[in-house]
Ligand binder design. Structure first.
Ligand code: GAL
Length: 652
């Protein structure tokens, strides 16, 4: 079993050929097993149309292969060369003000442009032909970070034409579309599909259903784009995994859909950069500015494990300061090791550091690598090597343990609440996090489930936060579930066409939940209302007409948490204290075992190991857990940025 393993991202085209051998030698010495190359190299593979120069790529793979390294080759389709724009001037994405986005960086293409899609198929076929049988080839990466730099939604002519066809296929008749979009409101009725425009540039907001369909359409284009490359790769080499490197905390397209044409999901983890650009409080940012927020990575790991149906990698792991936030702090010594261990504990097959050597030129010259620009080791070089050694010594393997708690994560809901927030910043992702963090603080392992889930086997507690609209799968799963359920505010408050359901939200059968949301009070999140017994609600509060048992209510006597049997409904957005109370109540009701973790320490079970990681900048002491036999790495005292691994008494 080649996993888990350490990898690195490498750009042979950035360095003199004479360096490659030594680079490969040192990579092997570090204990690196996987090297990703090629994903931005189009202008060097085909400097002008039809002028093919694949020799250097083959040579670099020969060199890496000689040192026993396995190579993942990325298609270079995120960086179409300059000549491509001459050939297809209309392939550039267009921003919401109608302005074409220019050449001179990357991702300057439109997912709807079929001419460019064909160019991508052509370069993929060429790659397959030239290196598809290379003995060092271990897998493919499609494109690079779909959506990075805000590139999913494009308001181009290609998108307009594509959208019209997509709508016709969805609705069949223009009358059906008018009905679904509520077009009678403001006389927005259409006579024909070819009259429909994209929802930007309207005088005031376009209809929410119009927007939502555009989001669905745009997401489908990413899936279609990925499928072209996947089909070619699988036809040629069914044995090799096709991988895409998704981004952290990115929701502009449906990742489950794209992953239908992938074998492995991967994501690019930059914990410090992500915290810097997140909406976390100043206090959290100040505490963890050299570590990243303790639950941010874990949640992404769990999401991508779900997206990849259990198979997932970190394709890019932050190794030191990045270059793209306002400030780019140096990680605490040990973090490059901790992040990798955390990913492995959540089930990652490979953690690949970005990048081998810091580039002394161009946009990312301030971004660290494992090597400095003068080829001397940077701190992460030693940490990566330590991880590789520890993995080997411990022989860690197996799958991430199935959690007893699961959370449904839904991209459609994220788009819906962006389209119609009603309370500024209301977000599905945030509500997922609000439930995830208190669980993780209690040492509870969590699984993420897609909204297409038809049952919840083996879970004691399932949480459905802020779900836009029920689908048949989830309705069936809920009706048949015998465990505890927590359904969050706003769930089921819309139909799939973005209208209020006749029964009003949460729109569940009365025998499951006898409750109706009759009014919503949305406020600036600072206008909190205390909840009797502790914690507060604010931002979103629903007034419920209900016969369910009121478990918690606020100081103004609004029910906050109600229960009917094992089904609980949370009718508000809660602050951290309230969410901890709610989660603590539910894990107790559902009899989910917990651990006593010091602040800043998290853990995750994989196979027969429990891995603890200390995001704090001071040492902490672990309380021995009943199911552990003892520590096999580190000990009860876990230093700042430290890792401790415990062996469990029974195999998970
Ligand atoms: C990622 C990207 C890499 C590199 C990196 C820098 O988003 O995939 O190519 O730009 O960020 O942190």
């Amino acid at each position: 079993m080649p996993f888990p393993a350490v990898g690195v991202c490498y750009y042979p085209e950035h360095w003199p050929v004479e360096w490659w051998e030594e680079d490969a030698h040192r990579m092997a010495e570090v204990g690196i097993q996987y090297v990703r190359i090629g994903e931005f190299a189009w202008s060097r593979l085909e400097p002008s149309p039809g002028d093919l120069r694949f020799d250097w790529l083959v040579q670099s793979m020969d060199t890496l292969g000689r040192h026993g390294l396995k190579v993942i080759v990325g298609t270079p389709t995120a960086t179409p060369p300059r000549w491509m724009i001459d050939k297809h001037p209309d392939m550039l994405a267009v921003d919401k003000h109608g302005q074409a986005r220019g050449f001179g960086s990357r991702r300057h293409y439109d997912f709807s442009h079929l001419g460019y899609r064909e160019e991508c198929a052509r370069i993929t076929r060429l790659l397959i032909e030239k290196i598809g049988k290379h003995p060092a080839l271990a897998g493919w990466q499609t494109d690079n970070e779909y959506g990075c730099h805000d590139t999913i939604l494009s308001y181009s002519e290609a998108a307009r034409q594509g959208f019209r066809k997509w709508l016709e296929a969805r609705y069949g008749t223009i009358e059906a579309l008018n009905e679904a979009w509520g077009a009678v409101f403001w006389s927005m009725d259409y006579n024909r599909f070819d009259q429909i425009d994209l929802p930007n540039l309207t005088v005031t907001e376009a209809a929410p259903a119009h927007w939502l369909d555009f989001r669905r359409y745009s997401s489908d284009q990413v899936a279609a784009f990925n499928k072209v490359q996947f089909d070619l790769m699988k036809a040629a080499r069914p044995d090799l995994p096709v991988i895409h490197n998704f981004m952290g905390r990115f929701t502009d397209f449906d990742h489950y859909d794209v992953a239908r044409t992938l074998d492995v999901a991967s994501w690019d983890s930059y914990p410090i950069g992500h915290l810097a650009v997140s909406n976390e409080s100043d206090e959290v940012k100040a505490t963890y500015f050299r570590q990243g927020e303790p639950d941010a990575q874990g949640l992404q790991h769990d999401i991508y494990r779900a997206v990849g149906h259990g198979r997932w990698w970190i394709m890019e792991q932050q190794p030191g300061p990045v270059n793209w936030a306002e400030y780019n702090p140096d990680p605490l010594p040990g973090m490059a090791r901790l992040w990798a261990w955390e990913a492995f504990a959540h089930g990652a097959e490979v953690v690949s550091y970005f990048r081998w050597r810091q580039a002394p030129f161009s946009q990312e010259q301030m971004h660290a690598g494992l090597l400095r620009p003068d080829s001397e080791p940077a701190p992460a070089y030693h940490e990566a090597s330590q991880v590789a050694r520890e993995l080997k010594e411990l022989g860690i393997g197996g799958a991430a343990r199935k959690g007893r708690v699961a959370i449904v994560y839904d991209y459609l809901s994220e788009w819906a609440w962006q389209i119609q927030p009603q309370a500024k910043g209301f977000s599905h992702h945030q509500h997922v996090r609000n439930c995830y963090v208190p669980l993780r603080k209690r040492g509870v392992d969590v699984d993420i489930l897609p909204p297409s889930t038809t049952d919840f086997p083996g879970y004691d507690l399932v949480i459905i936060p802020a779900l836009f609209s029920w689908n048949d799968a989830l309705r069936t799963a809920i009706a048949n579930f015998e465990g505890h359920l927590l359904i969050g505010p706003r769930s089921g408050s819309k139909t799939e066409n973005f209208s209020i359901p006749q029964a009003l939200g949460p729109d569940l059968p009365q025998n499951l939940l006898d409750a109706k949301v009759t009014r919503v009070d949305s406020t600036d999140p600072r206008r909190a209302v205390s909840v009797k017994g502790g914690g507060a609600v604010g931002h979103w509060r629903e007034r419920l007409d209900t016969r369910a048992q009121v478990v918690l209510e606020d100081e103004e006597d609004f029910p906050v948490l109600v229960a009917q049997g094992k089904l609980n409904y949370l009718a508000a957005s809660g602050d951290r204290a309230l969410m901890q109370r709610v989660i603590d109540h539910l894990i107790e009701e559902a009899d989910v075992p917990t651990l006593d973790l010091p602040a800043g320490v998290r853990c995750r079970v994989r196979g027969k190991w429990r891995v603890y990681f200390n995001y704090g900048d001071t040492a902490a002491n672990l309380a021995p857990a009943q199911d552990e036999k003892g520590y096999v790495l580190g000990g009860a005292q876990i230093g700042p940025a430290g890792v401790t691994v415990a062996l469990l008494a029974t195999d998970a």
